[in-house]
Design a binder for this molecule. Sequence first.
Ligand SMILES: NC(=O)c1ccc[n+]([C@@H]2O[C@H](COP(=O)([O-])OP(=O)(O)OC[C@H]3O[C@@H](n4cnc5c(N)ncnc54)[C@H](OP(=O)(O)O)[C@@H]3O)[C@@H](O)[C@H]2O)c1
Length: 320
Amino acid sequence: MHVFVTGASGFIGQAVVKELIGAGHHVTGLARSADAAQSLTRLGAKVHAGSLHAPDTLRAGAAAADGVIHLAFIHGPGDIPLGRRLGLILGGSPRHIVNRFGAAITAADRRAIDALASALEASGRPLVTVFGTMGMEAGQTAKEEQEPDPRSPGWMRSQTEAAVKGWAARGVRATMVRLAPSVHGEGDHGLVPRLIATARKHKSSAYVGDGENRWSAIHRLDAARLLRLALEEGQPGARYHGVADEGVPFRQIAEVIGRRLNLPTVSMTPGQAARRFSWLAPFVAYDNPASSDLTRESLGWRPTHPGLLSDLGGEAYFRI
Ligand SMILES: NC(=O)c1ccc[n+]([C@@H]2O[C@H](COP(=O)([O-])OP(=O)(O)OC[C@H]3O[C@@H](n4cnc5c(N)ncnc54)[C@H](OP(=O)(O)O)[C@@H]3O)[C@@H](O)[C@H]2O)c1
């Protein structure tokens, strides 16, 4: 299959490119810079120049492919064009500004999905999209068949799942892979490295309350294999869970970080955590166990790589 991958130069994307090529597929990756293009060429992929801010480039990439894996995502203000960024910053409290950025980023993802899917309409060609288990209800093990919860910290992004379901009804073999909040492994620059950096800065590693709230996790290479299987075998409108560790108590994550940095591990109130972790605080305190039983059964997928705590025990996360 000729697969168009957005976000192919990213942490998960590079693993997906290797996984696809290893399984005999041909890959074209979206690149918005010369550096990204070079990294894709090194991996053996072709390059399609374009951007999330130019939906026509996404449509063209998808139109030329037999299937699409969409991983590109705007993770911060730096990925938003300057003029638009200024408009989002002006006026309102810090909370309003964070919400405005969240809404702008989600809208860009929705536009990207619409552009990619429109090129695949009525063709039965697959589109794999990613979301997060953090969009699911707190305190219970999230299952694939459940809908996202408006009270969850990941709700804003999860609303786009409805659009993907709509495209599935229009003849796109569109699937959704909900990834655990920690996709870990060599090169991780997601939430766990932020926790480590925050612990270094404040000279202690923190959790909220008793720290019994749970995070799910998945190794990047297990996620890459799951995304390939979703592309090859996913059913229209299906939701899969990219989850290997079902629920690691957050206190244990904080303790490993504290131990590895030789710093104390401390409990915080929600107010203290809000000051320390800023926009990350609701995620730090969220109880978000998730199951992948249905995913394992329907795609024959089994995680085989180390779990989060074991990965944190290695050197990769603590090199300066
Ligand atoms: N990593 C995790 O722990 C985790 C957990 C849950 C969900 N996810 C989701 O999984 C997906 C992949 O995550 P990741 O960790 O691989 O992210 P990443 O390493 O930050 O990669 C993001 C990718 O998106 C591309 N991108 C960003 N803005 C773009 C734009 N304006 N136009 C075109 N491309 C753009 C980046 O290109 P450049 O190389 O040019 O920067 C890069 O290839 C994302 O949707 C993410 O939210 C990740």
